[in-house]
Ligand binder design. Sequence first.
Ligand code: BG6
Length: 484
Amino acid sequence: MVSRVIPVDPFDLVVFGGTGDLARRKIIPALFRRYCSGQVVEGTQVIAAARTDLDTEGYRNVAAASIREFSAGRACEDGTLERFLQMLAYVKLDATGEEGWSALADLIRQDRTRAFYLSVGPSLFAPIAARIRSHGLVNAGTRIVVEKPFGHDLESAKALNATLAEHFHETQIYRIDHYLGKETVQNLMAVRFGNVLFEPLWNAQFVDHIQITVAETVGVGLRGEYYDRAGAMRDMMQNHLMQLLCLIAMEPPARFEPDAVRDEKLKVIRALDAVEPHHIVRGQYDATSDSPGYREAVGHPRSTTESYIALKTHVSNWRWSGTPFYLRTGKRLVARSSVINVVFKDAPHSIFGADAGGAANILSIRLQPNEGITMHVTIKEPGQGGMRLIDVPLDMSFAEALGPEGQDPPDAYERLIMDVIRGNQTLFMRGDEVEAAWAWTDPIIRGWQARGEVPKPYEALSKGPIDADQLMRRDKREWRGIKP
Ligand code: BG6
């Protein structure tokens, strides 16, 4: 299967924080891969801007090393890397002063789309946005891209939105949640709205409950300082898991268009119930013989920040009334696995009798790794006599079904950067959406702070705190296993 690559016209992309971790690991390799595929064409210019004392030649060396490290295994013609590097330029620039801005302005061309990617901490959004404006760099083709964390709470998110709104129209602002750029996350919409099969059953009458799991094996690594201020709630739940929940729960938009999709997601967030204190489980991972526990990793021996959170919530609307959503995410868990399980209700009456066996139908959507979809159905156990029922998976692995395209799907950043250039905001969060997500998150965090709750320790590389099992068992349900 060969996918259709539609080249985009040459553009200018300025990456603030161009020497930083995200630029080196994700942004530059993503651009390179799009260049290999023919989507980014000659004449495009990528300008990295940062404080580091480098020149263009030096930056090209940095970029080449990043591409070799993070794009390994991609088939590209000989000489492609050298040609790609010629599109890169570097400007040493002070985000909070005037140094470098005129040099940057001189490089930017008039006749094309220009995007400014703020791959920097949120404290630099305001000074950079103001200087992009004051140096006359905003025109109709200008776009600005901002990364998470988009605020720390509702108030700070509102302040960031207000700052950006001073200089840019909402249609020029691209707030990235990289989960929306993942192939399988977009597939959620294709599965729901491209098939007639699921939608009639996609409601509280047929769905018993929904489980969303995003499990990681890695710990906080070198990001301890940031992470200890955020925790799993702010780092993952408020954005990535919230977006997954929205795509699962939203009404079909009239069209696959930015505001139509985002209006529907916003309605879901606004319909979320406040979460009861006893429906939340927080945890911190323990040390192993060769790796530090959470508190040691963040250098804060009495930290009460969670590296794991599980919670139960409801979407209070006509479609979902009575169907709980169980969400969990954590670091240092037993496997890297992101899965959504839609667990259907039992058949209303068993003609085979109570002892025949069988299990509820479950639609499992595996986001990563081994992307694919499994439908668990009940069939007769093979063999002589009787009628015993068993649960079997109808399994579709995208890697097997789609050939090379399925085995090596584009990285989320490839898709998202190209959408910025094409001017398609469908997979980006609108300002009101981010604020609504914080409005739901803030009282939950304030609640556990007021109650002085301390996260429960959990064994590293396990499935998380035992209490999370209780959260389900109280409702006579069980988490599905966390499997690689
Ligand atoms: C980031 C979080 O947004 O997502 C990280 O800040 C997390 O803590 C990462 O590890 C997970 O992304 P992915 O694409 O590896 O699932």
